[in-house]
Design a protein around this ligand. Structure first.
Ligand code: Z5A
Length: 219
């Protein structure tokens, strides 16, 4: 059980493009905060372990075909499966570091050029989910992404799709929603440099949470 009885943990989300280093940085941040005495739990979406997650995995590997709306709702359902756990875990004093969240949900679906799948439509099923205290967006120029190795075999790992996704992510910063509060970090620098920037952004938030100035909100 956590040492910090009575104080809730912070909900930290790392978002970003393919190859941006989300997994690398989420792990680093986890180690750093843990070494500073925080109680940490990690999470990633899609969570491919649940029955819904297995359907998503099969879709991403092009083993199953699905209507764009159906796969979108499954990604959202995959987050709802964890919603109660997230709230309870934060209340128990654990800080959660989450690799991708509904921001990815919105932009990857909206990037598909499906006229009946707008960004607003894509956001709707996630309304009511626990709201992060901070979202760090790891931004990477397409040229840099390519230097990190060719695109893989999964469904969305195509250059045109990745460019649309990037535009949509950056577009969120100009919307009225609280997605506009995302903190952008240039992921094109070294692992250490990127890690340092993330820590700067996260420390401000941890301070606010500790002072009770950041409430557990809903999307
Ligand atoms: N998706 C969706 O459509 N809707 C949703 O609601 C959600 C997701 C949640 C699978 O996601 C797909 O699901 C994804 C979005 C969609 N589609 N795409 N594309 P995923 O998270 O399971 O898979 P991923 O995005 O491909 O994650 P990843 O492979 O784990 O990438 P990453 O975490 O950003 O990067 P990494 O593994 O930390 O690093 C990649 C490589 O770069 C690796 O070799 C590192 O050593 C290297 N690296 C990392 N940092 C650096 C720096 N700073 N310099 C140089 N090299 C670096």
């Amino acid at each position: 059980e956590p040492k910090t009885i009575g104080q809730r943990g912070a909900f930290i989300v790392i978002e970003g493009l393919d190859r941006a280093g989300k997994t690398t940085q989420a792990r680093r941040l986890c180690d750093k905060l843990y070494s500073e005495g925080h109680n940490i739990k990690t999470l990633r979406f899609p969570d491919r372990t649940s029955p819904i997650g297995k359907m998503i995995d099969s879709y991403l590997q092009s083993q199953t075909e699905m209507d764009d709306h159906v796969i979108h709702l499954l990604f959202s359902a995959n987050r709802w499966e964890k919603a109660k756990w997230i709230e309870e875990t934060l209340q128990r004093g654990y800080t959660i570091i989450c690799d991708r969240y509904y921001y990815s949900g919105m932009v990857y679906s909206a990037a598909k050029h499906n006229p009946s799948l707008s960004l607003d439509w894509a956001r709707a099923p996630d309304i009511g989910l626990p709201r992060p205290d901070v979202v760090v967006f790891l931004d990477l120029e397409p040229e840099e992404a390519e230097k990190r190795g060719g695109y893989g075999d999964e469904k969305y790992e195509k250059k045109e799709m990745q460019q649309r996704v990037r535009e949509l992510f950056l577009g969120l910063l100009k919307t009225d929603g609280h997605e506009a509060d995302m903190k952008v970090v240039n992921a094109g620098e070294s692992v250490d440099a990127v890690g340092g920037r993330i820590v700067e952004k996260v420390e401000e938030t941890l301070k606010k949470v500790a002072e009770g100035k950041s409430g557990v909100g809903k999307v």
